[in-house]
Every structure is written in C-alpha cells, then in structure tokens.
Design a protein around this ligand. Sequence first.
Ligand SMILES: [Zn+2]
Length: 286
Amino acid sequence: MVNALTIDVEEYFCYAYPGDEFPCQRWGELESRVVPQTLETLRILETHGIRATFFILGWVAQREPYLVREILDRGHEIGSHGYNHRLVFTQSPQDFRSDLQRSVDILADITGEMPVGYRAPSFSINGTCLWALDVVAEMGFSYDSSIYPLNIRHYGVPGMPAVPHELESGLWEFPATTVQVGPARMPFGGGGYLRLYPFLVTRWATHRANADGHPAMVYLHPWELDPDPPMRPRSRLHRFQHTVNLSKTRSRLLHLCAEFDFAPMGQVLGQFQAARAVPLGFAAAM
Ligand SMILES: [Zn+2]
C-alpha cells in the first residue's frame, strides 16, 4: 500500500503552542534556516525516488519563492499551511479565511496553480472550529489534512472517522494516522510522535494501518532535521515536544523511505477513492 508523506514547510521559530508563540511580527529578526533544511529534505526524498506533499507556509513562500518553484520542479505536490501559522481554534472565521486566502494567492502567483490541499498549523482544527472545513471547501481545495481523530489537550475531534473520508461539502479529509492499542487510540507517524516513540512503534503502526486496508500519513518539518535549533519554546512541556530526539529525525526518515512506499497525499487519496469505487466482489479478487 502507498502511504502519504507530507512536509510542513516553516521556520524553526514558527511554532504555535497555546500561549507559547514567538510573535510573527518579529520573525524577520531571526536567522532563516528553512532553505537549506528544505533542500536537504528534498535531497533525501530524491535519493529514494519519493515524491511528497509540501504544505508551505505563506510567509515562507513570500520570502523564498525560489524554494517553492524548486519543490514543484522536483515533482512534489504543493499544499497550503496558511500564511502566518496561527492556531485555527484561536481565529475568527473571517481572520482564518483572510489568512488562508493570502497564502493561496502567494502560492498561486509563484506556481500558476491553486494549491490542492490544506494543512492547518499544528493540526489545530478541533471541535470548536469545524466551520474552518467549510471555508477550506469553499476556497476550492480538494482535500484537508488538519485533524487528529481523538482528543489531545486542545487538539483533535474525537469521533471523527480515523481514515480518509468525504465530508458533506465534497472536501476530502485525510486525518492524522492513529491506531487502536487495547482500549486506546494512539497517534503516530509524524512530528513529535515520530521522534518520541521508538522507531519500531512507528514501523509497527504503519504496517498495522496498511494491514487494516488504510494508507498511513507521515508528516515532518524540515527544521526537525536540525538537531540544534537556535530558538526553543519557553514552556518546559512545549520545549520537550518541540525538540525531543531531533537528532533521530534524519535516520527515521531514511528508514521510512527505505521500507515503505510513499506518494503525495493527492495521489494516495485518488488511489483510496478508486479502490472504494470498485465493487466489493472485484476488490476481493484484486
Ligand atoms: Zn506547522
């Protein structure tokens, strides 16, 4: 089974934890590292012949249009990560729409195409702001990938299907991958979870999702390839989440690329939809 590999392109200082953010008005004062980190990510994927979806922050795209074109020219899919990485559940619908439109305009101006998918900063569409999915659909995106289908502090929508599914608006949702472990459903496969769990857990969970007939989704950020970021969140918990096992990201990405098949999210969703459209008797015979 082909799984979705997604890269959220942002700077190491664009983190958003509730009450613990470095204000975006001051981002320009800091050393930029996103270009070499993203080029390194591209190099690793190219070595393994893997294409992915890059959800690019509008603020980064505006400053580094060359980087966006480079990602596109190398055959990857372009998605939007919003403009300035504000948590969706802290925004009004009007602010969210305007932030998203700004990112779309910048990306479309550089690539000549509308980005196909959207990923909210820090998977921050939760049960209090499901209206955001309607905004994403109205703006013409094909899919969204912004939701954990369980409750994790401020995040997640418990009860939402844990596999890719079509919403009433026609928008497809590709939720963050989770697996059932005993009585609990556990998140895995990306960002802090990819770094925190022993790699064997990620490996097992990816195989488990595939054995259940579902593509898994892996996500990471180019800044996670840098084991020594110049800046970290203030709170001890957020600092831990943000930096635990950064030195292991590269080897884990390499192991994933060597063992699993990956493709851009739009392609994986297309295959998932096509398989579901096949009558069950034929699907069983395939
Ligand atoms: Zn992000």
